[in-house]
Design a protein around this ligand. Structure first.
Ligand code: F0G
Length: 417
């Protein structure tokens, strides 16, 4: 739910204390900006961050409170095999998994935790499907703050849990799913002096805008026709819409790319909402192999709706089999990503097949998390024996005796098979 009010940047409060709704950041944009305003070698150390170098389009925070891990600066891969898989002539994939903690969350986290520091917060908290918690734990540790993390019990990947544990967050496993954990934490933070860092926090959204800023710079300010991304809690969809409207306000873009949000079929309340013309929204109980986006009641649903409407965008859904097939393609090209990220490619492919995206459209998709974020998913896909027809790209290791002839036979199979 949106509150409609503006956040007070001098208070450690990131959602409305009266209605519990989402607040906005007031941003004064010095129009017009020029492309040189983001030049790489700026006057101070913060230009080394792929977030803070865009600070003319970010909230103003005191420089001494900025907590940065040189996040951002992620590449766009243009792999012809993946373009072909999607049915496109050109497809870029911007890999946000190449951030310090392995996901796009670091971009919002540097702004959220810096704001927390600037207002004197000592405990920062989030509910998470794993990536936000890993990022929060890292940035809080860097800042010398305590972090509290609520996770759905047994439902986040081992890698993400490991990062969160190792960086010293206090972890509370909640019986229930992400939606239950977030609702609980939002209630707590309305009554208790704990700084909430989920993407309901408008400072997080501000940092995530820089994915789009950096993408436009990498494309020499020639926007693609479409930008595709996975959707879970929908903070990122909201952030992308805001980024595009900021760039228009700043005079840096004259036309906006269409946003394409892709959900997992078992976690697609936003796709349902889109399909009924944004007429009625129904939360659901989510289920998908892509645990990062296993979310049935997205907190930023109305902000995301505005982003899709503003860009004349699309929302679609893809099955778990489609997600894992697309992931196998991305992994096999040497790029790699976690399952939720592969929804991007699966969704674009589906929209091309359906005729909603033309083959000559220029599309940039966002890969949100690193392959190593979910090694269980890789092992399940490649090493299982059952359902082999659903996993056509499985690459199962062979085991041999420590014997040269056996090794040669295996090699012959590998070279000719
Ligand atoms: N991709 C990955 C890898 C994610 O971790 C998430 C969200 C998303 C996509 C969806 O982004 O929520 O802005 O629509 N992860 C959150 C978390 C929920 O707790 O780590 P969204």
């Amino acid at each position: 739910m949106d509150c409609g009010s503006v956040v007070d940047p001098d208070r450690p409060v990131t959602q409305c204390t009266e209605c519990g709704g989402l607040l906005d950041v007031e941003l004064s944009i010095p129009e017009p900006l020029s492309q040189e305003d983001f030049a790489a070698n700026g006057p101070d150390a913060l230009m080394g961050s792929g977030v803070w170098r865009y600070r003319k389009l970010l909230p103003k925070l005191p420089i001494e409170s900025i907590v940065s891990r040189a996040e951002g600066h992620t590449p766009i891969y243009w792999d012809e095999r993946l373009a072909h898989y999607a049915g496109l002539q050109r497809l870029g994939l911007k890999h946000e998994g190449q951030n310090p903690t392995g996901s796009f969350k670091d971009r919002g986290m540097t702004v959220g935790v810096s704001h927390a520091k600037s207002v004197g917060a000592t405990v920062v908290a989030c509910a998470s499907t794993g990536n936000t918690s890993a990022s929060l734990a890292s940035y809080a540790a860097a800042a010398g703050m305590s972090s509290l993390v609520l996770i759905p019990e047994g439902k986040i990947s081992g890698g993400k849990l490991a990062q969160t544990v190792a960086h010293g967050a206090r972890i509370v496993q909640v019986e229930g799913d992400f939606d239950v954990a977030l609702a609980l934490l939002r209630r707590l933070t309305r009554e208790y002096p704990v700084y909430l860092v989920n993407s309901v926090n408008p400072f997080r959204i501000e940092g995530q805008k820089t994915i789009v800023f950096e993408m436009m710079e990498q494309l020499q300010w020639q926007p693609p026709d479409l930008i595709a991304l996975p959707g879970g809690n929908l903070g990122n969809t909201a952030a992308f819409g805001k980024a595009l409207s900021d760039l228009v306000r700043a005079g840096l873009l004259t036309s906006v790319p269409r946003l394409v949000t892709v959900q997992a079929a078992g976690a697609a309340p936003f796709a349902d909402y889109f399909e009924n013309g944004f007429d009625s929204y129904q939360p659901i109980t989510a289920e998908t192999v892509a645990s990062a986006i296993k979310i049935g009641d997205p907190a930023s649903i109305q902000r995301a709706r505005r982003a899709i409407q503003y860009t004349n965008g699309l929302v679609t859904r893809v099955s778990d089999v489609e997600i894992m097939d697309a992931k196998a393609q991305i992994d096999r090209c040497g790029i790699g990503c976690e399952p939720a990220s592969a929804a991007t490619l699966a969704g674009v492919r589906k929209l091309v097949i359906d005729g909603a995206i033309q083959a000559d459209a220029k599309v940039v998709g966002v890969l949100t998390g690193h392959l190593l974020k979910d090694t269980e998913a890789v092992v399940r896909y490649h090493l299982r024996d059952d359902d082999a027809d659903q996993r056509p790209h499985a690459n199962k290791p062979v085991t041999i005796r420590a014997d040269l002839e056996a090794l040669k036979r295996t090699l012959a199979d590998a070279l000719h098979g």
